[in-house]
Design a protein around this ligand. Structure first.
Ligand code: HBI
Ligand code: FE
Length: 291
């Protein structure tokens, strides 16, 4: 559960508390030496809890990417060290930012294989619930799959698509695509459904809810269906969209979106809990959690 893209991305201006100012592209220095022992202890507590919980629940490629993080350090990764490994693997680097950045800035970073990661980590009181994405969500949740070639290509293609999108409608369709894939996506494997979305993988409670709860719908991913579906930013999802493979996701978005946006502008949007005639429903939820 985290604040989604609709959270305001107020301009932070210079950020004295971070010991420096925010650059034009919203990046700041990570200042890894400034993290406290408590910050590192919180990272380890969250990392160890998810590393224990995720095997058998998360897509195997995620666990392979997690190894990168584990070697980077046993506390909060130093982006300089992490980037040496990640850049070699897929050309991606992590850049520190103060928090949510404006869409256009976010898209530009992704289009250049730079992932904006929040510099600050949550407090102990926030271990289970967090409004905005923090460093643990961004780095533990998103970085492992940036080490996977196809997913890394998808993320850059998404950023490029974002740069081409202009106007409110397109940005909303793209934000929904990001939300239901990169943040809260599930994937079919021979062993069953697995998590790949960062918002799920970085959350203990949603890692359990997304796969095991009888409440949400689980529907096969369809690009236009996803782009037409609203989402909640402050609670578990009412539906999860399921891809067959990362290639399936990449191919469904490797096309010109302009005609799709035009078609969608004339179609209705859907509440997250609905099931449509045209849906390929894998599990029909009973909606008990959200009632
Ligand atoms: N900024 N730092 C950061 N992280 C995000 O995930 C993020 C963002 N800004 C915008 C955004 N996500 C979404 O609007 C995307 O769908 C574009
Ligand atoms: Fe995220």
């Amino acid at each position: 559960m985290l604040a989604g893209p609709e959270a305001s991305t107020q301009d932070k201006g210079s950020s004295p508390e971070l010991g420096g100012s925010v650059r034009a592209d919203y990046t700041i220095d990570q200042n890894w030496n400034d993290y406290s022992a408590e910050d590192h202890a919180i990272w380890r507590a969250l990392f160890d809890r998810q590393a224990k919980l995720l095997p058998g629940r998360v897509v195997p490629e995620f666990l392979e990417g997690l190894d990168f993080l584990a070697v980077a350090s046993d506390g909060i990764p130093d982006f300089r060290r992490l980037n040496e490994l990640l850049a070699k693997a897929t050309g991606w680097t992590i850049v520190a930012v103060p928090g949510l950045v404006p869409d256009a800035v976010f898209f530009d970073h992704l289009a250049n294989r730079r992932f904006p990661a929040t510099r600050w980590i949550r407090s102990r009181e926030q271990l289970d619930y967090l409004e905005e994405p923090d460093l643990f969500h961004d780095v533990f949740g998103h970085v492992p799959l940036l080490a996977n070639q196809i997913f890394a290509d998808y993320m850059q293609a998404y950023g490029r698509g974002g740069l081409r999108a202009s106007g409110k409608g397109a940005l909303q369709y793209l934000a929904r695509l990001y939300w239901y894939s990169v943040e809260f996506g599930l994937i079919r494997t021979d062993e069953g459904l697995r998590i790949y979305g960062a918002g799920i993988a970085s959350s203990k409670s949603e890692s359990l809810f997304a796969l095991e709860s009888v409440s949400p719908n689980r529907i096969v991913f369809d690009l236009e269906r996803v782009m037409s579906t609203r989402y909640r930013i402050d609670d578990f999802q009412e539906c999860y969209f399921v891809i067959n493979s990362f290639r399936h996701l990449f191919e469904s978005t490797a096309q010109d979106f302009a005609p799709i946006y035009r078609r969608l502008d004339g179609c209705p949007d859907y509440d997250p809990g609905v099931v449509l005639e045209c849906d390929e429903v894998l599990t029909r939820g009973n909606g008990s959690y959200h009632r």
